[in-house]
Design a binder for this molecule. Structure first.
Ligand code: GAP
Length: 458
């Protein structure tokens, strides 16, 4: 994990939020290379979940929502983690995670009573991570919603408007608008990538557990009781997608939840074998039945039933959900692509990212940056490629070996070098050809400048 964190900072992928002020725990910024990888991941995910599917509608809902939404969803009462505080130094711990660390199965969905029973049995095995004492308060449920004072001009904290605890609530609020504007027939999907905020007690493990996150959600609306087959298909579909973007199958597995969160009838995770953590939740796939729409119908007083076009019957559709944090997806993809290997007698770090995900499609270099004729020719190669592909890097920093090492660490699949042979000075037959180096094998090919775009597309 330390190596990935260090690479992310060194190569402009991810920075600690507010770093010059000492950082803000649980918040990260994506740098120039990170935002490209993130956007490529979002594009690939959107393609698979909107364009490649029928009757799947994308939305982008407002982040702030009416205060009643979080009562209806159950978050004001049931969205919490078990927290205990060290009586010696006031450090807070997440009791389920500390129990997990000593091999005791517990999770945040257990009742306060159940988790305190386990905690009491194992207190003397759990030292405070800061002072080492074992003098904790009992565990209590700590609500994770983040409050804002939007529209509250009284400074008295009346009726907080919360930041979203989960992005998918925006989908339930727009479900009726989708029915009215798009006239979809069941089954249909509503899809969104949206921000969520959680007052995580102990944000840790880099992008794995953050306080500000982005969730890529699909909500599949189905006929009541038609959940079983569709749920299995959805689980497999999501697993296969991770393999299709290059994640190794052996680093992925399914895990069923033992304790269910308040809205779910069945819940499975796709787990990834994260560095330093081992297998842990990457994506949640939940059978939410009619819970959410029933709650919103009750709290809003608006009829959210669907009218079956064949039978005329009115009912609340059931919902199958897939939800993945973009940060966790990013971390899984980075970790899976990270290699340290011997090449040309030295150890190199290389990100073997799927070529469609890499921040740059290709980097272009003049062999020497102090030879104007090489630079001018390399610029002639660079400009049309940049115009066509967009994500093309110009790299003339350091010697050519250093450039290859740098582009390997960024995950650039190809490096094009314009050399003296390109100018046709020594071998006229090589005039207007360049070398193209392959990131994964380090092998180099000579390709005519006129064929470069087609070569890269292929
Ligand atoms: N709408 C369902 C929902 O929010 P969840 O299991 O709480 O379910 C879904 O979250 C996904 O969001 C998780 O599988 C994980 O990828 C991501 N996630 C949740 N909390 C996170 C956090 N604090 N930091 C980063 N990612 C998080």
């Amino acid at each position: 994990m330390d190596k990935i964190v260090s690479l992310c900072k060194r190569r402009g992928f991810v920075f600690q939020g507010s770093e010059i002020y000492g950082g803000l725990a649980g918040v990260f910024d994506f740098g120039p290379h990170g935002v490209e990888l993130l956007n490529n991941l979002k594009r690939a995910w959107w393609k698979a979940n909107v364009y490649d599917k029928e009757s799947h509608y994308g939305i982008d809902s407002g982040m702030f929502k009416h205060p009643r939404v979080w009562d209806a969803s159950g978050h004001t009462s049931g969205f919490s983690d078990p927290l205990a505080e060290c009586r010696e130094c006031n450090t807070r711990i997440r009791v389920d995670k500390e129990l997990g660390r000593i091999g005791v199965t517990a999770d945040e969905k257990m009742s306060e009573e159940a988790i305190n029973k386990l905690f009491d049995e194992h207190r003397n095995e759990i030292p405070c991570p800061k002072c080492g004492q074992k003098n904790f308060t009992p565990a209590r449920a700590f609500n994770l919603l983040v409050k804002s004072n939007l529209g509250d001009f009284t400074s008295e904290g009346n009726e907080p408007v919360y930041l979203p605890g989960e992005a998918c609530q925006g989908i339930y609020l727009d479900y009726k608008n989708i029915l009215d504007s798009m006239a979809p027939k069941l089954p249909f999907g509503i899809v969104q990538i949206g921000k969520a905020f959680r007052n995580e007690i102990s944000p840790r493990n880099f992008l794995f557990r953050t306080r500000e996150l982005e969730q890529a959600d699909t909500q599949l609306f189905i006929k009541p009781n038609e959940n079983k087959e569709a749920y299995e298909k959805l689980k497999q579909d999501r697993f296969d997608w991770y393999v299709s973007i290059g994640i190794k199958k052996e680093n992925l597995r399914f895990k069923q939840h033992e304790n269910l969160v308040f809205y779910a009838k069945d819940a499975w995770d796709i787990e990834y074998n994260f560095p330093a953590l081992g297998f842990d939740e990457l994506e949640g796939i939940h059978d939410r039945t009619d819970y959410d729409l029933t709650q919103h119908m009750k709290f809003s007083g608006v009829d959210l039933r669907y009218t079956d076009p064949e039978s005329g019957e009115k009912y609340i559709p059931w919902i199958l959900e897939t939800s993945v944090g973009m940060g966790r997806m990013f971390l899984a993809v980075m970790s899976d692509a990270y290699y340290e290997e011997e090449m040309d007698g030295a150890t190199r770090v290389v990100l073997k990212l799927h070529k469609d995900l890499a921040p740059y499609r290709v980097a272009v270099s003049p062999l020497l940056k102090n030879k104007p004729e090489l630079v001018a020719k390399a610029r002639e190669v660079f400009a049309p490629l940049k115009k066509q592909f967009g994500n093309v890097a110009w790299d003339d920093n350091g010697n050519i070996g250093k450039r290859y090492r740098r582009q390997d660490e960024i995950g650039t699949p190809y490096c094009i070098v314009v050399d003296f042979e390109t100018l046709g000075e020594e071998k006229p037959e090589l005039k207007d050809t360049v070398t193209v180096r392959d990131r994964d094998t380090g092998t180099q090919e000579r390709v005519a400048i006129a064929d470069l775009a087609a070569y890269l597309l292929k």
